[in-house]
Design a protein around this ligand. Structure first.
Ligand code: MN
Length: 493
């Protein structure tokens, strides 16, 4: 699987022949200098490669064609140092299949008071050139990220870095394979969806493997392999159980699932407590550990949340906040301290733990299997978002809600699972009303690293509906947005 560092972004600069060879040489030299400075800054997650100064339609088209078929290229960044007539770009942009960022910058930060003359004006006219360039993007109704500001500024680089992470998420999504052990939980609607439709739009290949095959893989893991992994668990976690056999079995499940996922090139998987044929325990600790290694996971056959979790983890690669499969469990509704309590029956990713997780073994109550080992911890406090992707029939809707996680206000000593407590925007009751009005699922991807703006950009690139519940949202404004979105998507067909 490719890591963030394996991707690069092509820097393509617009100009024309009008200003003579000296200007073009200066433009090319500056573009190279800017790419080098981006790379030297250490602020961008991937390399920027200066490719070409586009002066003809053929150069634009050849560059776009090459970008489309280069697997390393996760996106194209364009900028017009001088004026660059847009009809020259039209045929090329019609072919573009990679995410596009229009960086509306200029080489100089300030206007040189005494130095400004007509030569300077001919060379430095991004304010002019980027408007022509922007028009063709708008005229073609193309999705592009427009970032404005000086290229040396930290905020511009942060926004560029953030968009690059989205583009890598898009590249990852288009090659993502999801392994399903068992079907969706019987009779559940929101975890279902049109797999062919989703593959068409997001690229995911969602397929099933027999649970019995996984059971064979678990049986094939040796005691020595399991013991070596339990040793690692002892190094990373506090043990609050004497039932080492149960922990060892989870180690075997972790090794077996990782093996089968890697053999099939899958970066995400699902299982269900209703179908654990040949397995002694529902994977708990095992699924938590695989999520911590970057794999997506969805319980009860929820392949959409599994894939989204894998993508968000890829977008957040190298960041420290954490991303987890989550479920809204129960509310605290006492006046003035209204919160959601999020958890799952076992499987919450320890990347969001506030402190060292504890390994515990307890009965599960459902599934009819042996008591599973799991990691128990509290999630950290801080700003985060929850993400849900639902199938509206004919189209996908992504719902993102801003949340503020807090240290859980109760100790809950008899709740034997990882837990997170948060206040959703705009407040618990209105937040719940908005979420339910939009059709958001009980399963979500919770992330402290990836922002709502990034998920908006992801949805825009993929061409899916995006709904953001913020502190400004009211049920009335949301209902109007959903109604207009319905109309827009009917027109799109
Ligand atoms: Mn669930």
């Amino acid at each position: 699987m490719k890591s963030m560092k394996d991707y690069e972004f092509w820097f393509v600069v617009g100009s024309q022949f009008l200003y003579g060879p000296e200007v073009l040489e200066t433009v090319a030299a500056r573009a190279q200098e800017m790419a080098d400075a981006f790379n030297a800054s250490g602020k961008l997650p991937c390399k920027v490669v200066y490719k070409v100064t586009v002066k003809t339609p053929e150069e634009a088209t050849e560059t776009v064609k090459a970008a489309n078929f280069d697997d390393k290229c996760a996106g194209v960044i364009t900028w017009c140092h001088t004026f660059s007539p847009s009809k020259m770009w039209l045929n090329a942009l019609k072919l573009l299949q990679k995410p596009w960022c229009h960086l509306a910058t200029q080489y100089n930060r300030s206007i040189p008071d005494k130095g400004i003359d007509m030569d300077f004006m001919n060379l430095n006219q991004a304010a002019h050139g980027d408007r022509e360039h922007g028009f063709i993007g708008a005229r073609l109704r193309m999705t592009r990220k427009v970032i404005a500001g000086h290229w040396q500024d930290a905020d511009v680089r942060e926004r560029l870095a953030s968009w690059m992470r989205v583009a890598v998420g898009v590249a990852f999504s288009k090659t993502l394979k999801v392994m399903r052990f068992g079907d969706n939980m019987r009779n559940v609607a929101v975890t279902e969806g049109d797999k062919v439709g989703v593959q068409e739009v997001l690229g995911w290949q969602v397929n099933t493997w027999p649970v019995g095959k996984l059971a064979e893989y678990i049986a094939a893991v040796t005691d020595a392999e399991a013991d070596a992994l339990v040793k690692e668990y002892r190094r990373l976690y506090t043990f609050k159980t004497k039932n080492i056999d149960a922990v060892r079995y989870q180690a075997k499940e972790e090794i077996a699932m990782k093996r089968i996922l890697d053999e099939e090139g899958c970066a995400a998987y699902t299982n269900t407590f209703e179908d654990l044929y040949g397995m002694e325990q529902l994977p708990g600790l095992a699924s938590q550990r695989l999520m911590a290694q970057g794999y997506g996971y969805g319980a009860e056959g929820d392949w959409k949340v599994s894939a989204m979790t894998a993508i968000v983890k890829k977008m957040a690669e190298g960041m420290k906040g954490g991303t987890a499969f989550m479920e809204d469990y129960t509310y605290e509704l006492a006046k003035g301290k209204e919160y959601s309590l999020g958890a799952h029956m076992l499987e919450v990713c320890p990347s969001i733990a506030a402190a060292k997780p504890a390994v515990e073994v307890h009965p599960l109550g459902i599934g009819g299997k042996a008591d599973p080992a799991r990691l128990v911890f509290e999630g950290r406090a801080g700003k985060a978002i929850v993400i849900s992707l639902v199938d509206m029939g004919g189209r996908l809707r992504m719902i993102v809600q801003d949340i503020e996680c807090v240290k859980p206000i109760y100790k809950m000593p008899n709740l034997p699972v990882a837990r997170v407590m948060w206040r959703a925007a705009p407040d618990l009751k209105k937040g719940v009303e908005c979420w339910i009005t939009a059709g958001g699922a009980h399963h979500t991807t919770l992330t402290y690293d990836v922002t709502a703006e990034q998920m908006h950009d992801f949805a825009a690139i993929m061409g899916i509906e995006f709904v953001h519940i913020t502190k400004e949202t009211t049920v009335e404004s949301l209902e109007r947005d959903l109604f207009l979105n319905d109309l827009a998507w009917k027109l799109r067909g």
